[in-house]
Design a protein around this ligand. Structure first.
Ligand code: DWN
Length: 413
């Protein structure tokens, strides 16, 4: 049974209580809490979804925390539901093997999902260990031959890793650090599990992209943190770690990959680190201006999207959703887009098919439905895969079908 949320009053990085609201997206169900279509329409758990900024260290975060057991013990997201992400992770695995570890070293991935990243190390002599809390997803990783601990990365898990496998030469954590409520403990546990000569490499969605591209839908209860590099620097110092490099990628709407080492070993720091930090100050992340402008753009986006959908309805055009990502539910619930507007939402993830979206209760169907009963307009809820999806759905577009891409601003392609 889902538990109520708890409400923090302090910043999870610096402990300050000087927190200012950026945007309030209202009471929302967890974004991945898809519903069994046969279940009676019972009232769903809803929790406040409001983004705050710490006025001391400028860390953007949620204060209302949904228990991690409710969010991550059974999970509907699999990294392998696109071509883009496995390809992105293959590049990371190659880089780690070439520059950060050698045969015999231990590579630990926290939040290893279905093992797609660690499976790239098979046959290289590098020892790997995944740590994945969702039992259903950990099972998929093991089926791929990736040794996986089905657990949250907590004190017990960290101790077991060091006792059984030794210290890690590399610790990876992709789209995970943003999910952690107790960041200070998490960073200390990472530092304690890392070899003194090791590297912590993690990817998080980048706050500058979120703000500049109005990616408000990526705000949902799984993501309690939204990172810029300046607060990351402070977060890592809690564990005695220091940033040595940072890279930016377009995946997931804009992502930074941060490289960190124990301070004593962080002898060479890339100029990219200072450049990114200086740019964050230049765009005003240490002021309220960009957050206020973001809030205004979100309201404009909602107005425009609803107007475009109303116009389509007035012309009796059929509209369906394409992709049932977690972020899609923030957008649908915040804009009030329901089954009266979207006939169905197609999704390639088997475990989502046949379910209803949380809140708006729109049926999720398999891709075959999209082929057999194509709509006139497909609302691209999985906009972060626009290139991959438009290439895949050439026939739909050649037959006159249009994609309505909602982010960074609603447009037809
Ligand atoms: O941080 C997180 C990110 C990394 O992944 C997690 N908290 C949850 C999850 O977020 P998401 O659900 O928004 O992820 P995606 O990968 O943007 O979701 C895309 C959805 O679209 C998937 O359900 C699969 C679907 N899809 C599809 O139906 N056809 C995707 C592609 C590429 C397609 O061709």
């Amino acid at each position: 049974m889902a538990q109520p949320h708890t409400r923090r009053t302090d910043c999870r990085i610096c402990g300050s209580t000087r927190l200012s609201s950026v945007i309030d997206l209202g009471l929302q169900p967890p974004a991945n809490a898809f519903l069994d279509a046969s279940s009676p329409p019972v009232p769903e758990q809803r929790h406040p979804l409001e983004l705050f900024i710490c006025l001391s260290c400028n860390h953007a975060q949620l204060l209302d925390v949904v228990p991690k057991e409710d969010l991550f013990s059974h999970y509907l997201y699999f990294s392998t539901t696109s071509r883009t992400i496995p390809a992105h992770f293959a590049g990371l695995a190659k880089e780690v093997q070439e520059r950060h570890c050698a045969p015999g070293d231990l590579v630990v991935e926290i939040g290893s999902n279905d093992g797609v990243l660690l499976s790239s190390f098979q046959g290289t002599g590098v020892r790997v260990l995944g740590v994945e809390p969702a039992t259903n997803v950990a099972t998929a990783a093991r089926a791929r031959g990736v040794e996986t601990m089905n657990a949250f990365f907590d004190e017990t898990a960290a101790r077991e890793i060091v006792d059984r496998y030794g210290h890690a030469k590399v610790i990876l954590a992709n789209n995970v650090v943003g999910h952690i409520d107790d960041l200070q403990t998490f960073i200390r546990l990472v530092a304690g599990t890392l070899s003194p000569l090791g590297t912590f490499i993690f990817e998080v969605p980048y706050l500058v992209d979120l703000l500049e591209k109005t990616e408000f839908d990526t705000i949902y209860h799984e993501h309690v943190s939204y990172f810029a590099l300046r607060p990351v620097e402070k977060m890592l110092s809690i564990g005695g770690l220091r940033i040595t490099d940072v890279r930016h990628f377009d995946v997931h709407g804009g992502t930074i990959r941060v490289y960190a080492k124990p301070a004593a070993e962080a002898k060479h720091v890339s100029p990219a680190v200072a450049e990114m930090i200086q740019n964050e100050v230049r765009v005003g992340l240490n002021t309220m201006a960009p957050y206020e402008a973001f809030g205004r753009r979100v309201q404009e986006l909602r107005r425009e999207l609803l107007a475009m959908l109303a116009f389509a309805r007035a012309k009796n055009l059929r509209v369906a959703g394409y992709g049932a990502p977690a972020k899609g539910n923030t957008l649908l619930n915040f804009c009030g887009i329901g089954p009266d507007i979207l006939e169905y939402i197609q999704d390639s993830t088997p475990v989502k098919q046949g379910l209803l979206t949380p809140g708006m209760r729109i049926p999720v169907v398999e891709p075959a439905t999209f082929r057999e009963k194509p709509p006139d307009i497909a609302l691209l809820l999985a906009w972060n895969f626009e290139r991959e999806i438009l290439a895949k759905e050439q026939k739909f577009r050649e037959a006159g079908g249009k994609f309505l891409v909602p982010i960074p601003f609603p447009r037809y392609v």
